[in-house]
Design a protein around this ligand. Structure first.
Ligand code: MG
Length: 394
């Protein structure tokens, strides 16, 4: 029986993770959960899974929760409640914990990931921003501590599976597939008119807001290129992106003999989550099998880099190295939030990220402080640019 912590359990990946864990209740005990603000659902999860410890990161939500917990405790619930970043770190490094599923969104996932690795626990990671901002640091620490970082991102899970077909020096390149998001066919000149709800309607995957907007700009795929670089120790020029609107082929590995190995399934996050939980074992489930005769067509084409500059910006950040990817990721978090709050247009997202990256003075071989400083600087700079834009509108 493994004790598992799910960070971000009320988010899209977190909910799917709990769904998978509940299918294997004889193998996994839900030991800890964390949430930010979705306290209603969080309470339901606590009642259902009875975790020993939980953490809440949002202060107001924490207070409200503590008050309501008193009544829960009367019903002999012994859940211990932690607060904030310290709470997340405590959850991850608890001696009783075997595995942490990090399904947090954004830079907030970094310190919990580090705490998990440093205490030698297994880490299944859906929090790609963590790997983007501090991939070098995390993978080095993981090596030191003999921790295997297992990807939950569907593309990286696919690559992990495809890589089993050969040796590392036989790999010619990794091919990440991208659905292309909702604006594949929309003209670039119309981008400034894109509404928030249009950006939030993804054609094939149901996900949280930030990643859905990232998918619409293709920034998500760019972040995944950086994620793949660190997870699989592959140089950027060996990582390619192809648009594949059906989201059936989740990624591919091309080998030196011309063989192309692809991993396919219906788009369902429970499949990569389960693979990470049991890696390298496979267990039967009730997941819907893929019926290719129903799908009929699988199409692939090159991404339009002019229309979707996000992809190129990410390759650029990877090339710049050091603190550049941390700046990219932080600036992107800020502009996506501003777009969701209707402060900037869809077209502004990549423009402001690019500008912020350009202004950054890269620190090479960054330590944790350098990365956190770069993150802070990028947030301030991106916010400054968002406000400049507001002024020109007045
Ligand atoms: Mg993905």
């Amino acid at each position: 029986m493994k004790n598992v912590v799910v960070l971000g359990s009320t988010g899209s990946v977190g909910r799917n993770a709990l769904n998978v864990l509940s299918n294997f209740a004889d193998r996994f005990n839900v030991f800890g959960l964390s949430s930010n603000t979705n306290i209603g659902l969080f309470k339901e999860q606590i009642e259902r899974f009875k975790p020993k410890r939980v953490a809440i990161t949002d202060e107001e939500s924490f207070q409200g929760f503590i008050d309501s917990l008193r009544s829960l405790q009367e019903r002999e619930n012994e859940t211990e409640v932690f607060f904030g970043m310290d709470g997340l770190k405590k959850l991850c490094s608890d001696p009783e914990v075997d595995l942490v599923i990090n399904a947090l969104v954004g830079a907030v996932g970094l310190l919990p990931s580090l705490a998990t690795i440093e205490s030698g626990k297994g880490l299944a990671i859906a929090n790609k921003e963590t790997l983007v901002m501090a991939g070098d640091l995390l993978t080095q620490k993981a090596k030191e501590k003999n921790v295997k970082i297992l990807p939950i991102d569907s593309e990286h899970s696919a690559i992990l599976q495809c890589l089993l077909s050969g040796k590392k020096n036989e790999v010619k390149r990794l091919i990440l597939t991208a659905s292309g998001g909702p604006f594949l066919k929309r003209k670039k000149k119309d981008w400034k008119n894109i509404k928030v709800n249009e950006a939030l309607s993804h054609p094939t995957w149901e996900m949280g807001k930030k990643i859905t907007v990232d998918s619409a700009t293709l920034m998500n795929k760019g972040l995944e290129v950086i994620e793949a670089h660190w997870l699989f120790d592959m140089p950027a020029f060996k990582i390619k992106v192809l648009i594949h609107p059906q989201s059936i082929v989740h990624s591919m590995v091309e080998f030196v003999d011309g063989s192309l190995i692809a991993q396919m399934s219906i788009p369902d996050m429970r499949i990569p989550i389960q693979y990470a939980l049991f890696y390298p074992e496979r267990l039967p489930t009730n997941n819907k099998p893929l019926n290719l005769t129903q799908i009929k067509t699988l199409s692939f084409f090159e991404p339009d880099q002019k229309k979707f500059p996000g992809l190129e910006i990410c390759y650029q950040a990877l090339e710049m190295g050091g603190t550049a990817p941390a700046v990219l990721s932080a600036a992107n978090e800020i502009v996506v939030k501003a777009f969701l709050e209707e402060k900037i247009s869809f077209a502004d997202i990549c423009r402001i990220v690019k500008k912020t990256l350009k202004k950054h003075e890269v620190v090479e071989n960054p330590n944790l402080d350098d990365i956190l400083n770069a993150d802070r600087w990028a947030r301030e700079e991106a916010n400054r640019q968002i406000n400049i834009k507001d002024r020109t509108l007045e």
